[in-house]
Design a protein around this ligand. Structure first.
Ligand code: HEM
Ligand SMILES: *[C@@H]1O[C@H](CO)[C@@H](O)[C@H](O)[C@H]1NC(C)=O
Ligand SMILES: *[C@@H]1O[C@H](CO)[C@@H](O)[C@H](O)[C@H]1NC(C)=O
Length: 518
């Protein structure tokens, strides 16, 4: 009986796989859209599903296969998507025609995740986005820089104590980004470098350290988007929720104020957070979204504590590992490129001799540091998913000269390439080389800035990009001021990505030797 049942199930799965496979092919053919055949059930993502290749490279093979096409057919497992290769067309659908593509695909059902800004849809998203946006204006960011400096000092101290050792920087950096988020988002002062076993760090690790069961659930959720899997460990979710609610209660009762995101969420819940007025000293000048683009139609909405906890959770989830992986890659690249490091050091040293510290206003004057960071974000963007769901029928231009236009239907998913654009020699000559000079004022006209989208694009782009950039720059500043980063035997050169991970990580880790500067 059981055997027969299994045979039945396997037959159904195979039949579904084959049906889906041929259905997708005939669909793309009928509409004149190019595609790579892939395999039943795994589509174009077989090698990354089986951990044989990093997903970035697997997607890149498909991107490279059709150099003349604006968009192509891409099957993620069994899900059919239209993958856009042309930076101008990406801009068009994410900025100009944003109203047709406002939402991300709904994947996980964990309440803290599905109630977060990232997953919210339509009007509800507009409300929450405009509620939270004031939390990321210049005047708010200004107050957070001291937290970042303090946390950077902890890292510098630790590196001085362990000087001369070869260090796998991944873990150390995750302690930095963990502490920054703990402090700026949750109002918790932790020093994870000293206090290795603090609960905030441990629960955080648990959330991003996907087991094979969780990975399987993620793949299944892509195949069956309505399957309702909860993928995050319950105790970790409870922990974060508890922190948010108890901190809010405590502050409410004791009239405590602290310039962090909990405070901003509390103000938001009462509708007292000041509006989108940017202060004049807002000099960082990052491309953040025009607030008018997301302005909701209805009245100001009040949010429940649970909904606010979900936002604190997404700040943690979206902010902690992405920033860490960029920093790790920056240190790895600096160790491999001593000339770049020296130029950076000269700039930072000069600034430090003049000002004795780095402040919110000092950051934009560090041009080369900006180039180093952008070059890292170009080569190693932590962004795999840049999807949008179509809200109402939308006609794309023909995929290539002589092709016919294609109309995306409601509910269909489009996917924007990021990593492949950043590594396309058409936009960035010698893409494998780490050259911050690409972004210098003289050279800038030779690259295509619309093909640089590490934080996404349009009103739905990363809400915290300026926060992230500050956080990254502050640590880069202090570390390059105090240390020479050196290659050691374990440093992989060139950097190669670990297959079977969703995160951008070097095989065997990123090993660097830190030599203190005298
Ligand atoms: C280097 C660091 C980071 C990178 C590269 C990054 C990148 C991204 C990208 C690509 C998106 C999707 C954009 C799109 O679909 O167009 C996004 C969304 C988001 N990010 Fe970031 N991010 C970073 C750091 C952070 C940090 C530190 C936070 C929070 C403190 C954060 C919070 C969010 C949120 C809440 C969203 C969803 C926004 C919405 O749907 O309206 N991110 N991020
Ligand atoms: C991640 O999980 C694996 C097992 O699932 C465990 O062996 C490993 O120690 C964990 N790593 C961290 C950093 O928690
Ligand atoms: C670096 O990237 C940011 C966006 O992420 C952009 O605003 C800035 O102009 C870039 N810097 C240079 C020098 O191109």
């Amino acid at each position: 009986m059981i055997v027969e049942f299994f045979i039945f199930i396997i037959t159904v799965v195979i039949a579904y796989g084959l049906y889906n496979y041929y259905d997708n092919h005939s669909y793309f053919k009928k509409h004149g859209i190019n595609f790579m055949p892939g395999v039943p059930l795994f589509g174009n993502t077989l090698k990354s599903s089986l951990s044989l290749m990093n997903m970035i490279h697997e997607l890149d093979e498909i991107y490279k296969a059709f150099p003349e096409d604006r968009y192509i057919g891409l099957v993620q497992m069994t899900a059919r998507t239209i993958a856009i290769r042309d930076p101008e067309l990406i801009k068009q659908v994410t900025v100009k025609d944003f109203d047709y593509f406002t939402d991300h695909r709904q994947i996980f059902s964990d309440p803290l995740f599905s109630e977060s800004l990232f997953s919210m849809q339509g009007e509800k998203w507009r409300h929450m986005r405009s509620t939270l946006s004031p939390a990321f204006t210049g005047s708010k960011m200004r107050k957070m820089v001291p937290f970042m400096c303090q946390t950077s000092q902890n890292i510098v101290e630790h590196l001085k104590e362990t000087e001369g050792q070869n260090i796998n920087v991944g873990e150390l950096i995750r302690r930095y980004t963990n502490d920054v988020i703990a402090s700026t988002a949750f109002g918790i002062e932790v020093n994870s470098v000293k206090d290795q076993k603090n609960r905030f760090y441990e629960y955080g690790q648990k959330i991003i350290n996907f087991s094979s069961v969780q990975k399987a659930k993620i793949f299944l959720s892509v195949i069956f988007p309505k399957s309702g899997f909860q993928i995050f460990p319950k105790d970790s979710l409870d922990f974060f929720k508890h922190i948010v609610t108890s901190t809010m209660e405590y502050r409410e009762k004791n009239n405590v104020e602290r310039p962090d995101m909990i405070q901003l969420l509390m103000e938001a819940s009462k509708g007292t957070l000041d509006g989108p007025t940017e202060d004049k000293s807002d000099t960082v000048g990052f491309a953040t979204t025009e607030l008018t683009a997301v302005k909701p139609k209805g009245e100001v909405q009040k949010w429940s504590t649970d909904q606010l906890a979900a936002q604190a959770f997404i700040f943690f989830l979206a902010g902690f590992d992405s920033t860490a992986s960029v920093l790790v890659m920056a240190f790895h690249e600096l160790a491999l490129n001593p000339k770049v490091q020296e130029t950076l050091y000269q700039e930072v040293k000069e600034h430090h001799e003049k000002h004795g510290t780095v402040t919110y206003d000092g950051v934009p004057t560090l041009k080369y540091l900006d180039g180093v960071l952008n070059e890292t974000l170009r080569k190693w963007p932590p962004t795999l998913i840049l999807d949008r769901v179509c809200q109402k029928p939308y006609t794309l231009p023909p995929p290539r000269e002589g092709g016919k236009p294609y109309t995306v239907k409601e509910g269909e998913v489009i996917f924007n390439f990021v990593n492949s654009l950043h590594m396309d020699e058409k936009y960035y000559p010698e893409p494998e080389k780490f050259k911050p000079e690409r972004f210098s004022d003289e050279n800038k006209q030779n690259i295509k800035l619309s093909a640089f989208i590490p934080f996404g694009s349009g009103p739905r782009s990363c809400i915290a990009s300026r926060f992230a950039i500050l956080e990254l720059k502050v640590l880069l500043y202090y570390v390059s001021l105090n240390f020479i980063l050196q290659k050691c035997e374990k440093t992989r050169d060139p950097i190669e990505l670990t297959p079977g991970e969703f995160q951008v990580r070097c095989i065997g880790g990123s090993w660097v030797k830190f030599q203190a500067r005298k």
